[in-house]
Design a protein around this ligand. Structure first.
Ligand code: NAI
Length: 356
């Protein structure tokens, strides 16, 4: 049986937010079973990473795709980039199920959307996987020769958002002596720690992978704590740079830092947690704003790509964050409400595409 790509309806899903289109891609031969969610294409093609995880079931995968694609729309819009929001998720274990045949099938599924969706790496996929998909699809971004890895830009953007939040809340100029608790020392977290150490910040770190902790501590001075302790560690800033959903209602009273800003996508288990954080006096910088550096990087992709220009472009995340926080204070609402509003002013919703 060949690859099939069929439209699905998801309007009854709690994470549905007027998404323009959702498709299932099914290729029994390679084992590909994937969902592509396109939230919005008003500013340009929907851009978003390809995530591969052993999801519990289709509903969980769909939920992830819907939430992540929506965040991508807001991320590109708030930074005024020429992209809409999309996301693709593959149901499967990247360690055992990911084969060239599966990646090629995924590339053909992306092609079936005719350029409405641009794909790049995400959790469970790598730059090498993107190169494999590029063999069959022109709609792949983040491919060597025309771009670098988006990680340095993501980490640098988080640094800028973090500096703006620290200046706003702690009145501190720069990060000298500021304590940052970093959860997750993968590509972004480790790079962020490097930038923070350079800026004079004191680091407290945790990762479920002991090797990652050891690698980091060989490079920069950092105190390590157990993964389950990092969220409640006393610090000036908590920086979630691992998985999403780490801040739920129960986590709010455990947080011991007045500022939360990090790279992880969908940090809040539910949107309402933003109100709880504000009520607890904790300043939370919306994740899609703090981690927008990766998309800024992709927007610079092409011949003449220069990583220094990308980092310069990421500097503006300081200004956008400062603006969001100042307006939130002035209006007495949460930063996420202001960020959403700013982003929504920068994309116009298109009529919903109903699928039977
Ligand atoms: P990664 O997979 O390289 O690193 C994640 C790290 O978190 C790993 O070292 C893992 O062992 C650790 N980890 C997992 N669960 C943990 C826990 N409970 N406590 C402590 N550590 C834990 O991922 P990467 O690329 O660094 O991304 C990190 C986050 O930033 C993800 O949520 C990703 O979606 C988000 N992000 C990444 C971008 C990029 O450019 N790579 C762009 C935008 C967002």
């Amino acid at each position: 049986m060949a690859l099939t790509v069929r439209d699905i309806a998801a309007a009854d899903s709690p994470a549905f937010d007027g998404h323009e289109r959702m498709v299932f891609a099914d290729d029994p031969e390679s084992g590909l079973y994937a969902i592509i969610a396109i939230h919005h294409t008003g500013r340009g093609p929907a851009f978003g990473g390809l995530r591969m995880r052993p999801y519990r079931d289709v509903r969980q995968a769909l939920d992830d795709a819907l939430k992540l694609s929506r965040a991508m729309t807001y991320k590109s819009a708030i930074c005024e980039l020429p992209f809409g929001g999309g996301k693709a998720v593959v149901l499967g274990d990247p360690r055992t199920d990911k084969t060239p045949a599966l990646l090629h099938a995924m590339g053909r599924a992306v092609n079936a959307l005719g350029g409405a969706y641009l794909v790049a790496e995400d959790l469970g996929t790598t730059l090498r996987d993107m190169a494999v998909m590029r063999e069959v699809s022109a709609h792949v971004r983040g491919v060597a020769d025309e771009a670098g890895a988006p990680t340095p830009a993501t980490a640098y953007g988080v640094l800028k958002a973090l500096e703006a939040a620290v200046a706003h809340r702690l009145g501190a100029r720069g990060l000298d002596g500021v304590t940052v608790a970093v959860q997750g020392l993968g590509s972004v977290g480790a790079r962020l720690c490097g930038y923070l150490a350079e800026a004079g910040a004191r680091l407290i770190v945790a990762d479920t992978d002991e090797l990652a902790v050891a690698r980091l501590r060989a490079q920069v001075p950092a105190r390590a704590v157990a993964p389950e302790a990092i969220l409640g560690t006393r610090a000036d800033v908590f920086a979630p740079c691992a998985l999403g959903g780490v801040i739920d209602a129960a986590a709010v009273p455990r947080l011991a830092a007045p500022v939360v800003v990090g790279a992880a996508n969908n940090q809040l288990a539910r949107p309402e947690v933003a109100d709880r954080l504000a009520a607890a006096g904790i300043l939370w910088v919306p994740d899609y704003l703090a981690n927008a550096g990766g998309v800024i990087d992709v927007a610079h992709e092409g011949r003449g790509y220069d990583p220094r220009t990308v980092l310069e472009a990421c500097e503006r995340l300081y200004g956008i964050t400062a603006e969001v926080l100042a307006r939130a204070d002035a209006e007495g609402v949460t930063p996420s409400r202001i960020a959403d509003r700013l982003a929504e002013q920068r994309f116009t919703r298109t009529p919903r595409r109903r699928v039977a």
